[in-house]
Design a protein around this ligand. Structure first.
Ligand code: FES
Ligand code: FES
Length: 159
């Protein structure tokens, strides 16, 4: 008999039957926990809408199987604004032009937060390069990206 799957989501312990191993994290978060802050777009790792922080790293939850989740710690985008860093990033992304329909915004929040946690030891023009690298794989159909990059740069650069 396989061990149950244990991991945390937004600080709450989850314990699932090992039979759930092949369920995708995105489906579990949305369908079982009602986490609609995790968006579903492509469902194949190409758009970033479903991003979560997994042990502090921005990952597309549509690519993660629950069988890989043992002992791990998930934070969904809606819970990131519970600390000062998260609030600053949300405030930056709310600036005019950085957000239009908002579908992609939770994913960009995760990308920015993950980047800030990684504390890139760079300054000046190198910050822009790190931001652009962190936002790769996050698609926005509305904004044209420039304002999003500027917003994240401002939030992360203030770290
Ligand atoms: S829905 Fe997961 S990356 Fe697009
Ligand atoms: S604001 Fe609409 S997809 Fe990005």
């Amino acid at each position: 008999v396989s061990e149950p799957l244990r991991f945390t989501v937004n600080g709450v312990e989850q314990e699932l039957d090992a039979g759930a191993s092949t369920t995708k994290l995105a489906a579990f978060l949305r369908d079982e926990l009602g986490a609609t802050d995790v968006k579903l777009g492509c469902e194949e790792g190409a758009c970033g809408a479903c991003s979560v922080l997994l042990d502090g790293e921005d990952v597309p939850s549509c690519l993660v199987l629950l069988g890989r989740m043992r002992g791990r710690c998930v934070r969904t985008p809606g819970h990131l604004a519970r600390d000062e860093l998260g609030r600053r990033i949300v405030a930056a992304l709310m600036q005019p032009g950085a957000l239009q329909c908002g579908f992609c915004t939770p994913g960009f929040l995760c990308a920015a937060y993950g980047l800030a946690l990684a504390r890139p030891a760079v300054a000046g023009a190198a910050v822009r390069a790190r931001v652009e690298q962190a936002l790769e794989g996050h698609l926005c159909r509305c904004t044209g990206y420039r304002r999003i990059v500027q917003a994240v740069e401002a939030a992360v650069g203030a770290e």
